[in-house]
Write a protein that binds this ligand. Structure first.
Ligand SMILES: Nc1ncnc2c1ncn2[C@@H]1O[C@H](COP(=O)(O)OP(=O)(O)OP(=O)(O)O)[C@@H](O)[C@H]1O
Ligand SMILES: C[C@@](O)(CCO)CC(=O)[O-]
Length: 312
């Protein structure tokens, strides 16, 4: 048995800001994927994944008991499959900001939810918000508070524009040009990050008036502009605003940037060869880069392997 594929995602813009109602833009990243699977002779990795599904199943049972109006599952089938060794066969790295738990949640919902909202029907705003609410509750098992956006992205396999907390929509993005010089890329920090502690630091910082002012007058301002520039294909302004965003993050989100990347981050701002930003909650995992000239960025960042995700 092997189920359909669910993909990783990249939150291009909006990390932390979306907690405070900024805009956000998230795109599927098809390089990594996962599917529910059953093997005759499971590997150690498959066994580990299966153990995680056993615990998740217990959580879903409890969720259904507590909130039957939110979502119900075919628990009998899920339990039977999990007992038979089902696991999530996935290439999506965990704790890297590309949504490994989101893809898993999407796969489980797709296979076991009853009365599920499907991708094929007319997805009204209400239905999207309902799906997001369901996914938020399901995914919170893996890292505490979740917006539900990652599973939604994976489930729909479409770019999603977050206008505000209660206003999200699937969106088109400018088509890629593989011959273009401009690019969005990932750098592997080599460290596994954890979402919950990073979000806790952010929530703690929010108690400070100065931080809140900076967030609104700079971080959210540039995040919103970047989203608009990207969607309109206005790449000239996109680079300007990404540079500003890169500066604001380096100055105000230091705990989310691994120490050994502080200098490379600054170098991008000084040389204009590339601009770095957080990819998801940060603290490790991937770092997201933007460049007007991919070859220049590659030579400037020659000690790192760049994984190109979008070219324009
Ligand atoms: N293949 C898998 N099999 C079973 N459980 C998995 C699998 N992949 C991910 N998980 C679960 O998801 C958890 C990781 O989710 P977490 O939300 O911390 O990181 P992430 O989804 O990779 O990153 P982010 O939320 O920053 O994008 C793992 O600890 C594990 O419980
Ligand atoms: C850091 C955060 O804004 C994005 C993590 O992918 C948390 C969230 O909104 O779920």
């Amino acid at each position: 048995m092997k189920g359909p594929l669910f993909y990783s995602k990249i939150l291009l813009f909006g990390e932390y800001g979306i907690i405070q109602d900024s805009k956000g833009l998230s795109i599927p990243y098809n390089f990594y994927n996962g599917a529910l699977k059953m093997d005759e002779n499971p590997s150690d990795e498959a066994k580990k994944s299966n153990e995680s599904l056993v615990k998740f199943t217990a959580y879903l049972e409890q969720l259904q008991t507590e909130q039957p109006e939110l979502v119900t599952f075919n628990l009998e089938a899920l339990q039977k499959d999990v007992t038979a060794g089902m696991y999530f066969d996935s290439s999506i790295p965990q704790g890297y900001g590309v949504g490994s738990s989101g893809a898993l949640v999407a796969a489980i919902y797709d296979k076991y939810a009853t009365n599920k909202i499907t991708v094929l029907e007319n997805l009204t705003r209400e239905k999207l918000l309902q799906l997001k609410a369901i996914f938020s509750q399901m995914e919170s098992f893996f890292h505490g508070k979740s917006s539900g956006l990652d599973p939604l992205n994976s489930y729909l396999s479409l770019p999603i524009l977050i206008n505000s907390k209660d206003n999200i929509e699937p969106t088109g993005i400018p088509s890629q040009s593989t011959s273009g010089k401009g690019a969005v890329f990932l750098i592997d920090s080599g460290i596994v990050g954890e979402t919950a502690p990073m979000v806790n630091i952010f929530m703690e910082n929010l108690k400070d008036q100065g931080f809140r002012t900076m967030l609104k007058s700079q971080f959210i301002k540039y995040t919103d502009k970047c989203v608009e520039n990207f969607l309109h294909g206005d790449f000239k302004n996109l680079f300007q605003n990404t540079k500003e965003l890169s500066k604001v993050v380096l100055n105000n989100f230091k705990p989310m940037i691994p120490e050994q990347f502080h200098q490379v981050w600054q170098k991008g701002i000084d040389t204009n060869d590339y601009y770095l930003k957080l990819c998801g909650s940060g603290g490790g995992g991937y770092i997201l880069g933007f460049t007007e000239d991919l070859e220049k960025a590659k030579s400037s960042l020659k000690d790192y392997k760049l994984e190109v995700v979008y070219q324009f």
